[in-house]
Ligand binder design. Structure first.
Ligand code: COA
Length: 904
């Protein structure tokens, strides 16, 4: 990315003003990517060329007051300040193929004029939609609520593209032609369209990897045992459906397949290149692949970001090349990928196992572990649809894959082994949506957070636990398992059986002891063992021996023949009290396990909507015929798998909720406050600033009056009305209560002055006071924002005031919050009972508290520089909620971790 040149007239004032983090690579409908970035002054020539390719009567030119292309229009298009005038361009390796601009109205800062155009040769790929979508996001972050444009005529493409984005459009007739106004608030319709578009684009781009027509192996070694040799061998051995081209300058043929010295020599097209040459040769190999028109690459080679700074630089250069060429890359430092589709049969890994075909999509961040996972899946006979070892995830990450699998008809269950998140917020957003359709099961390597960060606020301290990670996975509907074994146990269940609708499980067994063990294991996992209905009990009694137990667990006794298994299962599954069944078999001498397995299959075959799990407590394991029923060697793993699935089922059945839009937010005012604080270097806002920031977002605070000394504090108190609260202020005073800097219930001016003098004498670093009216009654809670190093901003709600850290009774949610999230947070915190009329106390206004949580989330959305917020205490009254103390810290956003951020 070139640096902006300072000083261009009307352009950015300095290189720092260039909003580099607004640049992004978008995945287009075709699966290819395109660089979108803010315009630069030096783009004038490229813009002139672009404009020259547009039809002269394009409405685009009217935005600049021109009737067609001219050098002046091209220069005008680069005149930006990245606030009130913004230009955003599609950059295809130096050629501008699309441009969009907005210009804020001098009369109304929430309104901006907009225009855009796409080079004809690049139309119909969805570029216009993505460009506008991003420009709308950028404008919204700068306080623009509405775009306005001149409608050029009834068949205006411009209008189509806006409509396609999902934005609500109003049309009005004015002098000079129709204008239309586009509201930029992200409505549910917009969110839905954007998510759908991103899913389809990601799926198209992954299809380039998974379904190539031809594959080349660059660095195909003549030697088996060497990585490049193994990859070639695996590709051929799996029976890939298209041509396979070994590339190696030293061989004429390998494994009987014609070999080429360079990619350029291959006669036909190459869709996928697997690169397995030493690290120093990778950039050149990539250049060859780009020149050949290869659509996707897998870079097996190690020696990049995992080795340190130099490796990271090399890796970002690979990514630059890949993105500039609009292709996708898996790796580097990976083991490759597999597609078991019989119509494709792609094994582009050096793994010695080719997994059985099935309905599980699997991705692993660790190559070695990926190998173990494939092996384990093969041994468990758990079928895989597609497998990817993502390696360093320079480009393709689990975010792409999850979206691909969401759309892939061959995949029912998504399994992920994660070590880190590239962009956890994006992962959560994608997962939340995909998990409504297909289960996502993930092992996230846990990590100790001890000493991760010296927390400087109460909310910060609360977030330092692995339980938070758990909660966040739950919020996104992702099933988090503690171990790899559990990952497979859950996968085996979900790959073959329906998702349970609830937690009620029935146990059917031929031995009492294991039945009790299973019941204990279920209850320990939060599952319930309901009583069976009298009808079921009666029917069971009719054929089971008198000594059998027909309560839950149903103990059919050791001699239970296969037929009893089938009949019992059928009855129990039909019982309305039951959501799932655990069936246990301990082989006694007289019963044939195969016959029991067949009976279990038969007994559960009609159910279809309730899952059945088997526990075959035999050293030989379950007979193969039982395959559609997941089988476990012991009760505990079965109970754990079932509990995870049941929890997921509950999440999926609950309404998804919406991120509400507030009509009364004063975004511009909030932005200006935050910008002013950033201009002086950021940090904690003054109490009065924090108060104003909250007020701009409709959060009610107890009004504050600053006073420099005890005498003026007394005067302020008189104006406020007694009783009042007096608070000490000073840059070093973070926790006022802890230094004795808060006095409540002061009834007179004298009392205020005396308290002020006492504090001045005692508290070091005191620089003034705040006087606040006393808010009596209500329940104290804490609301805040903390930035998790992995997940980004989290909204926190916890019970009570100074007790918060002591009780650690808090709920965390990823931002942005939906109304359902806010409600669930309240339910999750034990202390919420105090709001609900605990022991005859009056009920507090829960709705006001939910509204506060949602407004805090909206504030973080509008001002992502808000890094930390501590509203403590908040008083929830019988009507309304009032923030009594607010601490807010702002900080400039760090540059994006990746040189090339991808936007779906
Ligand atoms: N184009 C085509 N072929 C090339 C080439 C090029 N630019 N450069 C080298 N080759 C050929 C070599 O001639 C050799 O073939 P040969 O054995 O028939 O002579 C083959 O490619 C491999 O090159 P070589 O120099 O022998 O490399 P290598 O096999 O020792 O190592 C890697 C290459 C990629 C395996 C190695 O660099 C590496 O990164 N290993 C770690 C991989 C890894 O762990 N990945 C993560 C897994 S989770």
């Amino acid at each position: 990315m070139p640096e902006a040149t300072p000083g261009a007239r009307g352009g950015p004032r300095s290189a720092e003003d260039y909003p580099a983090d607004e640049a992004s690579d978008v995945v287009l409908r075709s699966g290819s990517t395109l660089r979108l970035r803010p315009v630069l002054p030096e783009d004038a020539a490229a813009l002139a060329a672009f404009q020259g390719r547009l039809p002269a009567d394009s409405v685009y030119f009217r935005f600049f007051g021109a009737g067609g292309p001219s050098p002046e229009t091209a220069r005008a298009a680069t005149r930006v300040d990245y606030r009130d005038r913004f230009g955003y361009v599609g950059d295809a390796a130096g050629r501008i193929v699309a441009a969009a601009h907005y210009r804020r109205s001098p009369a109304d800062p929430t309104l901006a004029d907009v225009t855009f155009a796409v080079d004809e040769a690049f139309q119909s790929q969805g570029i216009g939609t993505r460009l506008l979508e991003r420009l709308a996001e950028i404008a919204r972050a700068r306080g623009v609520a509405t775009f306005e444009a001149l409608a050029p005529g009834p068949s205006a493409r411009l209008l189509d593209v806006f409509a396609n984005c999902g934005f609500p459009i109003r049309r009005r007739t004015v002098a000079g032609g129709d204008r239309f106004a586009v509201s930029l608030a992200p409505t549910p319709a917009y969110e839905e369209k954007a998510a759908d578009r991103s899913e389809k684009a990601a799926a198209a781009s992954m299809a380039r990897l998974f379904e190539p027509g031809s594959v080349a192996v660059v660095g195909a070694s003549r030697e088996r045992g060497k990585i490049g040799g193994e990859i070639l061998h695996n590709l051929l051995a799996a029976g890939f459906h298209g041509p396979v081209y070994p590339i190696n300058p030293s061989a004429a043929a390998i494994e009987g397949t014609r070999c080429y010295a360079r990619l350029a020599d291959v006669p036909g097209p190459v869709d996928l290149a697997v690169i397995s040459v030493p690290a120093a040769a990778v950039p050149a190999a990539l250049d060859d692949a780009i020149a050949k028109g290869v659509k996707a690459v897998v870079v097996i080679t190690a020696g990049f970001a995992e080795t340190g700074d130099e490796g990271r630089r090399l890796e970002s250069r690979l990514l630059e090349k890949v993105r500039d060429a609009g292709m996708r890359m898996v790796g580097p430092n990976c083991m490759g990928l597999v597609n078991t589709n019989p119509a494709v049969r792609l094994n582009a890994t050096f793994a010695p196992v080719y997994p059985p075909e099935g309905r599980v999509g699997l991705s692993s961040q660790s190559g070695a572990l990926g190998l173990a996972l494939l092996d384990y899946a093969a041994r468990l006979n758990l079928g895989i649809s597609t497998f990817v070892s993502v390696g360093n995830k320079a480009d393709v990450s689990s975010n792409d894959l999850v979206q691909y699998w969401a759309e892939d008809p061959r995949t029912d269950v998504i399994l992920l082994y994660l070590e880190s998140f590239g962009s956890p917020g994006v992962f959560a957003r994608i997962a939340r949506r995909v998990a409504r359709r297909k289960p996502i099961v993930a092992v996230k390597a846990g990590r100790s957070r001890a000493g991760a960060r010296a927390a400087s606020s109460h909310t910060g301290a609360l977030a330092e636990s692995d339980a938070v990670v758990d909660a966040l996975f739950r919020q996104a509907g992702v099933i988090r398992t503690g171990t790899l074994e559990e990952l497979f146990d859950v996968a085996a269940l979900l790959a073959h059986q329906p998702v349970p609708k609830g937690r009620r499980v029935a146990i059917v067994t031929n031995a009492g002891g294991p039945g009790i063990l299973a019941a204990d294991a279920c209850e320990a996992q939060g599952l319930e063992l309901p009583a069976l209905t009298p009808g079921t009990v009666q029917e069971l009694r009719a054929f089971l021996p008198a000594a059998a137990s027909v309560a839950n667990p149903v103990d059919m006794l050791a001699a239970a023949p296969p037929d009893h298994y089938a009949r019992t299962l059928r009855l129990v599954l039909a019982d309305p009290n039951v959501d799932s069944v655990l069936v246990i078999f301990i082989p006694p001498i007289a019963t044939d396990p195969d016959a029991v397995a067949r009976a279990i299959l038969e007994g559960s075959s009609f159910s279809g909507v309730k899952p059945v799990l088997a526990i075959f407590m035999s050293a030989r394991g379950a007979p193969p015929v039982l395959k559609p029923i997941p089988s476990y060697a012991f009760p505990e793993p079965a109970a754990i798998a079932l509990a995870r699935a049941a929890e997921y089922g509950r999440w999926r059945a609950a309404p998804a909720g919406v991120v509400p839009e507030f009509a009364d937010l004063r975004r511009e005012e909030a932005r200006a406050l935050v910008d002013a604080a950033l201009a002086r270097g950021g940090g904690w806002l003054e109490a009065v600033e924090a108060d104003r920031l909250l007020a701009a977002f409709g959060v009610t605070t107890a009004p504050l009056r600053p006073a420099p000394d005890p005498v003026s504090a007394a005067a302020a108190a008189r104006a406020v009305g007694f009783p009042v609260v007096l608070k000490a202020v000073g840059p070093a005073i973070l926790h006022k209560t802890e230094v004795g800097g808060v006095r409540v219930g002061l009834e007179s001016a004298d009392a205020v002055r005396a308290a002020g003098e006492e504090m001045s004498a005692r508290i070091e670093g005191l620089t003034g006071f705040l006087v606040q009216p006393m808010v009596s009654g209500g329940v104290e809670v804490i609301v805040g924002v903390v930035r998790d190093p992995t997940f980004g901003p989290l909204v926190v709600y916890g019970s009570g005031g100074t007790l918060v850290e002591l009780l650690a009774d808090a709920a965390f949610r990823l931002h942005p919050l939906t109304d359902a999230d806010a409600a669930a947070m309240l339910d999750e915190v034990r202390g919420t009972a105090l709001l609900r009329g605990y022991r005859g106390a009056p009920k507090a206004d829960e709705e006001a508290l939910r509204d506060l949580l949602l407004r805090v989330s909206a504030l973080v959305d509008a001002c992502p520089e808000v890094r930390e917020m501590d509203l403590n205490p908040v008083k929830v009254l019988s009507r309304g909620a009032r923030v009594l103390d607010a601490r807010i810290r702002v900080e400039r956003r760090p540059p994006p971790a990746r040189s090339r951020r991808i936007v779906y």
